[in-house]
Design a protein around this ligand. Sequence first.
Ligand code: AMP
Length: 221
Amino acid sequence: MNLALLGPSGVGKGTHAVELATRYQLRHLATGDLLRQNLQARNALGLLARRYMEHGDLVPDEVIDAMIEEWVGRQPASLGSLFDGFPRTADQVRFLDELLQGLGRRLDAVIYLRLDDDAIVERLTGRQICRSCQTPYHHRARPPKLAGWFDHCGGELYRRPDDTEEMTRTRLRVFHRTTEPILSHYADVGKLLIVSGAGSVGDVAQRLDVAVKAIAAGTAQ
Ligand code: AMP
């Protein structure tokens, strides 16, 4: 099974993708995480990506496509993939189709995790992330026992520089303008499932689980 999980930043893709990948034995690739790793390593790709990420813009397709090709090439063919935050543009859609086709595989379904803009802004401006295990955390909804440190693994909590209200609104505009049309494309070809990202982590996890079970059983549409 090859799946893509899409939705605006802050909808909870990261939280749920890790869980789904473990449960359904999928290799998880979050393009945003991969870009941040390159950024931290201060390598050429990270330096190139930084100026786009800092402004809430999409990193150019050719950079993302090369990163995906390299990653897919390293995965065992027997396992499926869960693309998290990819594809986000029409070019990336074409690229992924061709790449998977070349490997005798295909994208089975795209799950759109949906939440309205104001709820996204509320979530992101309160988000902190654990430096050590990358778990996102909402400090207003569930304050850590020790301010600044993650309860579960003891890692330091930090705020992403692009999680300000202004940057979040910019990223939402980019999402509506560039990524929503590709969701329409996947709806047209019968591959889109829409799952509400509202409510507790447990509620959303349950809805996603129902969706993925239906995809796996071939009864999703
Ligand atoms: P995310 O972690 O998904 O919120 O992504 C953070 C930032 O990484 C985005 O605002 C973009 O600048 C960049 N990014 C992540 N995934 C992609 C993608 N598929 N295409 C272009 N840029 C991306």
